[in-house]
Design a protein around this ligand. Sequence first.
Ligand code: OAD
Length: 257
Amino acid sequence: MRAGGSDPIREAARILAERGNVVVLTGAGISVESGIPSFRGSQGMWAKYDPMEYATLHAFMQSPRKVWEMLAEMVSVCGGAKPNAAHRGLAALEEMGVARAVITQNVDGLHQAAGSRRVIEYHGNLDELICVSCWKRYPTRDRWTPGSVPLCDCGEILKPNVVLFGEPIPWLAQEQAEEEARTCGVLLVIGTSAQVSPACDIPRIAKESGAAVVEINPEPTPLTASVTDIHLRGTASGVIGAMVRMFHDPDMRSPKG
Ligand code: OAD
């Protein structure tokens, strides 16, 4: 199934409408237009901070103050960011009964801020801090201020409750994401380079379970030539915005299940 018509976005929207049970998988690319840098590429976080030094559990356990240099930047950038047209468009597709869930690798909370209700946070959320010694949790805003390193009541340095390299995916998010992938009619993959496991397995699980895979990304990814049925080469806000306008046409809307 390749986008053969003159308007691949319309063709993809028709597949969403016909198949129904649309599940969305998002990555950092969807939040770029909200001013949050992605991870890979020349402008990405990993060009500035070597992930082996700043984004592994081992690095945090060895040098939490150093890792907090990077975390502080993420918390303040994400804390000031607002949802963009792509986040709002996905919330609108859920409201219309077209999309049923968003699985996100992002830790910025922007899907919920835009109004999406069923959001599976695969890599956690920066809103919460956790103690790696006594497991006590705190809202980030209660314990962290710019320039400080947040401390637990037990004296340990707190870690954002996000998945660093070397940490497992939270089991409930993993279970729910796999279930969504196994049972969806279409997986809409937006703004991920699909290079990080196990998140990059989700499209394969969906495909092997019979779903169509539609990818929205200005660039090709490892998925594009393997599991993707339709690659919509554009920005998240541009493509989702166009799709939402199409779904306002009652002829397009025949959602299932
Ligand atoms: P990446 O930074 O690896 O990839 C971002 C993707 O977004 C790229 O494929 C870009 O082409 C695409 N992109 C850029 N601008 C876009 C736009 N306006 N609209 C749509 N797409 C756009 O980010 P992720 O794939 O999300 O995990 O990274 C996955 C994981 O790696 C992250 O969750 C994080 C990171 O290390 C952990 O830290 C555990």
